[in-house]
Design a binder for this molecule. Structure first.
Ligand SMILES: Cc1cc2nc3c(=O)[nH]c(=O)nc-3n(C[C@H](O)[C@H](O)[C@H](O)COP(=O)(O)O)c2cc1C
Length: 140
């Protein structure tokens, strides 16, 4: 099983989450490739059995708009029937960005493998464990 972890992180919190997602998927026996948003695009989607996407809440409850959002828009047309999972860090909001993102993924026909994982700023032990479980869920 081939899994991609694709993330954007400005101050490292979502990056820490991505590392744990990769650890979980590897621990479950998958081949894992980790990409930052600028390293990935829609043409790569078909190379992977499942993809974890990670992006913090930016702007006003939106995905990061310079790199991640354009990359993700470019992937969306290829996500129908694809197993994916979402994760990301936030600061002061109530997770609205993640709810909107999930809706967007459902509308694109993606199959969400598990509940999305959100962590307020840096992941604590519980958040890290949830990221590892997300990585494992993608291999199921
Ligand atoms: C420009 C900017 C906009 C942000 N907008 C929001 C927001 O709308 N809601 C929220 O909960 N947090 C917001 N945050 C906080 C970040 O989501 C939070 O600091 C997160 O941990 C950053 O993740 P990162 O370290 O992976 O970049 C914003 C941060 C920045 C820098």
């Amino acid at each position: 099983m081939n899994i991609a972890v694709v993330y954007w992180s400005g101050t490292g919190n979502t990056e820490m989450m991505a590392e744990k997602v990769a650890e979980g998927a590897k621990g479950a026996g998958a081949e894992v490739s980790v990409f930052t948003a600028s390293e990935f695009d829609g043409s790569k989607v078909a190379e992977f059995d499942a993809i974890a996407f990670g992006c913090p809440s930016m702007g006003v409850e939106v995905l990061e708009e310079e790199e991640f959002e354009p990359m993700f828009e470019g992937c969306k047309g290829n996500l129908s029937g694809k197993k994916i999972a979402l994760f990301g860090s936030y600061g002061w909001g109530d997770g609205e960005w993640m709810r909107n993102w999930e809706e967007d993924c459902n509308a694109a026909g993606a199959v969400l493998a598990c509940e999305s994982v959100t962590c307020q700023e840096a992941p604590d032990d519980e958040g890290e464990a949830a990221c590892i479980a997300l990585g494992e869920a993608l291999t199921a």
